[in-house]
Design a protein around this ligand. Structure first.
Ligand SMILES: Cc1cc2nc3c(=O)[nH]c(=O)nc-3n(C[C@H](O)[C@H](O)[C@H](O)COP(=O)(O)O)c2cc1C
Length: 353
């Protein structure tokens, strides 16, 4: 069966223009990543998980995650926490920030998160999990989605028991990454569970895990009945996989790779500041330049350069024609001034007064 990835679908009342979703990834899903994802065909993009405690304490860095660009819509902002009152307040902030969907993280397997009763540990406490969904769904008029793993223990089928209850509590969509929390990222995502979940709920299900090509996207959609597939690791430094999944090619020229990387660098510097961006970006050099696109020592050289200006100069030297591609990209990318800034949030919500 040939499935059209260009079909639209609805998450609550939000129309999603394609059946491809860009995964939330902590330390990766900055605005530049999300904007790029939209340009390459993702119908929905998602922020990395944002700490509800950080929002509650008005932590400056956390609030930075609530910055929404005009070209990111539709955008989900994902929150994690375990206190219903704090979750509801955070969800109201997400709504005020201009997101289209509030996503709740019930899948993070990292101990730092699970030991606070958040993330994947909520799958073992369904009553509490449902209480959180209900609190958030009543606090906002945006649709609420939940992203979860199959369960905590290996072989767990908890998602099939909890999923329908989360929908009854107010979730308008579920995303399933069918690995256990214990598995972290080992083994494979068992999408037979995704198919079972689809048969149990009457809201759209998004299938996450190991979608790395058009063929895999098509087969996951066909065999599960999911509304959309989500792509994570395969898109790191590789927006061209999104293009391939949507029916295009995944063979960028060296100039295209360098131009996208430089645009990514510039946008990330704008978002995080020079110093934070410098460290943050290093992993992206390998992701962009790997996959046989550039010789390995070139990446090592970039990582060692002390400033971003030197990285840019070295990249242009390696692919001079990238200047023309970059000019075109800049021309096509909306002015950053269009973005919704936190200063424009209602002061009562932002915490003033
Ligand atoms: C570096 C990294 C960070 C992640 N951070 C988040 C996160 O903040 N929230 C979340 O729900 N999932 C997170 N995930 C899980 C992904 O969204 C996705 O479900 C998982 O990687 C499986 O999809 P993939 O095989 O396409 O990568 C993260 C994954 C990775 C690799």
């Amino acid at each position: 069966m040939n499935i059209d990835l260009h079909d639209t679908w609805f998450l609550g009342e939000v129309e999603i223009p394609t059946r491809l979703v860009l995964a939330p990834m902590a330390g990766v899903s900055v605005q530049a990543f999300r904007r790029q994802g939209r340009r390459y065909g993702a119908g929905l993009v998602c922020s990395e998980m944002v700490s509800v405690a950080g929002i509650q304490h008005r932590n400056e860095r956390t609030l930075g995650y609530l910055r929404v660009g005009s070209d990111e819509h539709p955008l989900a902002i994902q929150i994690f926490g375990s206190d219903p009152v704090a979750m509801a307040e955070a969800a109201r902030m997400v709504e005020a920030a201009g997101a289209d969907v509030v996503d709740m993280n019930f899948g993070c397997p990292v101990t730092k998160v699970t030991k606070t009763g958040a993330g994947a540990s909520l799958l073992d406490d369904p009553d509490h999990a449902c209480g959180l969904v209900e609190a958030v769904a009543t606090a906002v008029s945006l649709p609420v989605s939940v992203k979860m793993r199959r369960g905590v223990e290996n072989g767990s089928r908890t998602c099939l028991e909890v999923g329908p209850r989360l929908v009854a509590a107010g979730a308008s969509s579920l995303t399933l990454h069918p690995r256990s929390a214990k598995q972290m990222y080992t083994g494979t995502a068992d999408h037979s569970l995704t198919a079972e979940l689809v048969s149990l709920v009457d809201v759209p299900v998004i299938a996450s895990g190991d979608v790395t090509s058009r063929a895999k996207a098509q087969s996951v959609l066909a065999t599960t009945g999911a509304a959309a597939v989500m792509v994570g690791r395969a898109a790191q430094g590789n927006p061209w996989v999104l293009r391939e999944i949507m029916g295009g090619d995944d063979n960028p020229s060296r100039e295209e790779v360098v131009a996208e990387l430089i645009l990514f660098i510039r946008e990330t510097v704008r978002e995080l500041g020079d110093q934070r961006a410098n460290g943050f970006l290093k992993k992206f050099y390998g992701w962009y330049l790997g996959r046989g696109r550039f010789p390995r020592p070139f990446k090592q050289e970039l990582v060692m350069l002390p400033t971003i200006a030197e990285v840019e100069a070295r990249l242009f030297a390696a692919a001079p024609g990238a200047r023309f591609v970059l000019e075109r990209l800049l021309h096509e990318t909306p002015d950053p001034a269009d973005e919704v800034l936190l200063d424009s949030l209602p002061i009562s919500i932002y915490g003033g007064g």
